[in-house]
Design a protein around this ligand. Structure first.
Ligand code: XLS
Ligand code: CA
Ligand code: CA
Length: 438
């Protein structure tokens, strides 16, 4: 196997002063942050579909990048060339994980049995590479949104036959995830939603999705999958209404159908903002419910209403993300760059520079989040803000020992209302800036 990314060496840390575009400025894998090497906080993953598949085609134009990697597209030779390219790429960047959909790995055949045979062959090859390099699988998933048969949904389809196709794909993708030692298995419900209630039975569709997820959990556990199942919330696109709108909705769904012990959230930054939330909000809601599992690290464009899957470079967002992750005690999953270089960034060099940007952004976020925690002013303010619940009547309320009558009596004895406590938002924003830009 010959080198694919010729002229691009292993990417090294050179520090913030470096002008070398092919070097890390902030990601220094072994550098200690709060007592642990950076790479332990940041299990980065390569998204097979974007990095090795997406070549720039959009609604108005065809590919701008060459992702043939020297083989004819649509062949098994090309599937193998993608494996070679992917492993060389991850090794050169020091990325330890990858994520995949079934159909990212091989060209889908007309017959599902043939597709599965191809998947067996390619995963044997991937496994060889994993053993040689130590690179691991973060999560796997089944693409149940591209094939036309899923136009009315997969778990939410009206057709029992299509539902069985979805089951067959999940079964195979779970087997592959177990074969590759994946830590997680993702459900992203791209077609699980609707355009109009004129033709949709929402209750039935949601119940059927839950049934499929239960079957997946049962089968996964039976074949030795010990990792987490994830729901990846997204409010819209491709559907107008998607059932996994945001973390709160998905968590409610999981609890309603008794799936909450086996599932966590895979939070994607771009999906959070499409739902009208911040990335940090989605992480916090997941974390306080014990369901922060993994992250799809990308960013959207606030001026556009769709899923642009850009490489993250917003340091504020990355900092607040890492603040949530540190406060939650880390992730059981990792940081999957579900991101693509912009269409005019069409060279091999751009593929590397995109990942360098993403990894550096999160490294900087980690460094700054640790500084916020060590600084203590923000956490200290929040603790102080609620301190009236630490003693007296407040402590009684928190302990669940108060009655409504008792609280009313207490209020009647107060001479006047107490002074409202300032939220100090601007002060805290200033603190954040002073830490970010010191
Ligand atoms: C699409 C999603 C998808 C999931 C995996 O918007 O981000 O790529 O991550 O199916
Ligand atoms: Ca995603
Ligand atoms: Ca996305």
């Amino acid at each position: 196997m010959s080198e694919i990314f010729k002229g691009i060496d292993t990417i090294r840390y050179e520090g913030p002063q470096s002008k070398n575009p092919l070097a890390f400025k902030f990601y220094d894998a072994e550098k200690l942050v709060m007592g642990k090497p950076m790479k332990d906080y940041l299990p980065f993953a390569m998204a097979w579909w974007h990095n090795l598949g997406a070549a720039g085609t959009d609604m108005f134009g065809r590919d701008t990048a060459d992702k043939s990697f020297g083989a004819e597209k649509g062949t098994m030779a090309h599937a193998k060339a993608k494996v070679d390219a992917g492993f060389e790429f991850m090794q050169k960047l020091g990325i330890e994980y990858f994520c995949f959909h079934d159909v990212d790995l091989v060209p889908e055949a007309d017959d599902i049995n043939e597709t599965n045979a191809r998947l067996d062959e390619i995963t044997d090859y991937i496994l060889e590479k994993m053993n040689k390099t130590g690179i691991k699988c973060l999560w796997g998933t089944a693409n149940m949104f591209s094939n036309p048969r899923f136009m009315n949904g997969a778990g939410s389809t009206n057709s029992a036959d299509v539902y069985c196709f979805a089951a067959a794909q999940i079964k195979k993708a779970l087997e592959l995830t177990v074969k590759l030692g994946g830590k997680g298995y993702v459900f992203w419900g791209g077609r699980e939603g609707y355009e109009t209630l004129l033709n949709t039975d929402v209750k039935f569709e949601q119940e059927n999705i839950a049934r499929l997820m239960h079957m997946a959990v049962d089968y996964g556990r039976k074949i030795g999958f010990t990792g987490d199942f994830y729901i990846e919330p997204k409010p819209k696109e491709p559907m107008k209404h998607q059932y996994d709108f945001d973390a709160a909705t998905a968590i409610g769904f999981l609890r309603q159908y008794g799936l909450d012990k086996d599932f966590k959230m895979n939070i994607e930054a771009n999906h959070a903002t499409l739902a009208g939330h911040t990335f940090q909000h989605e992480l916090r809601i997941s974390a306080i419910n014990g369901m922060l599992g993994s992250i799809d690290a990308n960013q959207g464009d606030y001026l556009l209403g769709w899923d642009t899957d850009e490489f993250p470079f917003d340091v504020y967002e990355a900092t607040m993300c890492m603040y949530e992750v540190l406060k939650a005690g880390g992730l059981t999953g990792g940081f999957n760059f579900d991101a693509k270089s912009r269409r005019p960034s069409n060279t091999y060099e751009d593929m590397f520079e995109s990942y360098i940007l993403g990894m550096d952004t999160f490294a900087l976020g980690l460094i700054k989040a640790a500084e916020i925690i060590e600084d203590g002013r923000i956490d200290g303010f929040v603790a102080q803000k609620y301190s009236s619940f630490n003693e007296g009547i407040g402590a009684k309320i928190v302990a669940g020992e108060a009655t409504l009558e008792e609280l009313a009596d207490y209020a009647h004895n107060l001479k006047n209302t107490t002074e409202p406590c300032s939220g100090k938002q601007e002060r805290l924003q200033g603190v954040l800036n002073s830490i970010l830009f010191k």
